[in-house]
Design a protein around this ligand. Sequence first.
Ligand code: ADP
Ligand code: MG
Length: 150
Amino acid sequence: MKIIETKNENATRELGRKLGEMVKKGTVLTLNGDLGVGKTVFTQGFAKGLGIEEPVNSPTFTIVQVYEEGRMPFYHFDVYRIGDIEEMEEIGYEDYFYGDGVCLIEWAELIREILPKQCVSITIEKDLEQGFDYRRITIEGEEYENISIG
Ligand code: ADP
Ligand code: MG
């Protein structure tokens, strides 16, 4: 486990970018944390680290957004609005989870029952006592715990 504290949006984006540069094919990352904590900010940095230049936002009306322009396919899930796990079956989630790209799943805790055994877990939390822009980011996944930001 690695804990990184950020004090602004750019630091969280930078951490995402570093992870995007390091990440290996076939990795599934789970990203959890309350609304407005910075999951999408982190994901935008992550996409940048993969070499994706087009803008990345939360996929609002689709569960998954596919980006092909980086060094490997990037499957960005946001399952916040999912009603039933059936919806994951309908989009054929296994092709993404067990494919040759990288998956990052915002709100992954909502689909816990279908997550692969080997995931890299990222949790972002606020602590208002530390200030409004403070975030505590916990990374669990041995290969990525040597990460740091400048
Ligand atoms: P989520 O996807 O988790 O709902 P967003 O990434 O869309 O959240 O929004 C995070 C918000 O928090 C942005 O408005 C961002 O500017 C703000 N913010 C403030 N401090 C931080 C920080 N340290 N890291 C990330 N975002 C931060
Ligand atoms: Mg979001």
